[in-house]
Design a binder for this molecule. Sequence first.
Ligand code: GLU
Length: 464
Amino acid sequence: MSDLRVRFAPSPTGTLHIGGARTALFNYLLACKEQGTFVLRIEDTDTERSTQQSVDAILQAMEWLGLSYDEGPIYQSERFELYKTKVAQLLDAGLAYRCYCTAEELEAKREKAMKSGGKPRYDGTCRQRSDQPDAPFVVRFKSPQAGVVSFVDRIKGTISVDYAELDDLIIQRSDGTPTYNFVVVIDDAEMGINLVIRGDDHVNNTVRQIPIYEALGYQVPEFAHVPMILGADKKRLSKRHGATSVMDYRTMGYLPEAMVNYLVRLGWSYGDQEIFSRDELIEKFSLENVGRAAGVFNPDKLLWLNEHYIKTGDPRRLGQLLVGYLADLGVSTDQGPELEAVVKTLQDRAKTMVEMAEGAAFYYRAPETYDPKAAEKNLTDDKRPVLDLLIEELANVEDFCHDTIEQAFQKVMEQTGLKLGKIGPTVRVALTGGSTSPSIYDVIAVLGQQETLARLRKALTFLS
Ligand code: GLU
């Protein structure tokens, strides 16, 4: 064990997105590599936008990606008491104050500031107030008014901002709930987080959080802000670029290992290596190799990785996964050939599990109709003698397997003088209903003798 403590802190206001998943992955990998501790914290202080459904969706996505955590999930909504005591601590120390400015007053100040070319910052009206009128108030943190806040980001290098740029942040809303920038400091500090890895959309928050750490007497952690992810048009990744929710990729037939491999390379590199097992990632991942430039989401590359992992995947495991994808197509696998055998015939040709399921459906569902074009060409009456013969030969096979099936075909070819190119397409339509499938001997071997004969016989009735 090392004393590294990192965390992933999603807000449960939607599903887990590509960017969040990558942040979670980087934290997970570093914790595994350094044998540190990975904490999952659910940032649900925004009670209006947070939902249990989103929490479940995030947990499910993390499980799918195999991003296990050592502590948590810890819910901020269960920690309001702690945050309250910290607000009181700052108020008592004169490091925060009650602000009674109304929304209208603030809007007027904003407009005035904008008109005079200034930034729409809070002007500190209530800073000096000592009365406590019986009116709604927020609590603001007294941001230092001079000097510079500065930190060394593990990815971006030194980042500094003049305190003059920052106004007095609201740390508690008028309904008494604490705000993100405040609770995140308390939680990261109280949970002993010593390295915060998150998206670089939070850099502006970090400079606001650092003075709060200091005011509360906490040690400031290290920070690593990961550049954001863009679409091919170099705009921030959004729905316009396709699916952004991680679990949508499962629905589309992607394997979690492809997703993980893809996500890690979005912003991190190791020479020109593209394919990494999980163990390799844990061994090789480091913040030093996270780039400073934004990553561009490339769906083609994700598909390429998926194809690779399907091709090289364990057929038994893929078979288990296939069940769900077939069920989505309304195909039951309760009866029919062994899944593992089915997968083996399709692994080389499917880019996604959805494609594999589409290609596998015929194994479990005998064709009810035949593809009209394929039938017109191949299920013609002149094929009757060869089908008759093939049925006879296949029925006589004792040890039904690829080789004996091939021998049966050889006999039919010798007796009819027809080549496989003439017989194969007919058999294929008869067995699968269409004109594309894995090798015909494989298909027959997997379907089994009885089912093959039944389908060939049925095709014969179609000929007449
Ligand atoms: N809850 C924040 C979010 O989902 C992340 C906060 C953080 O990582 O500090 O954007």
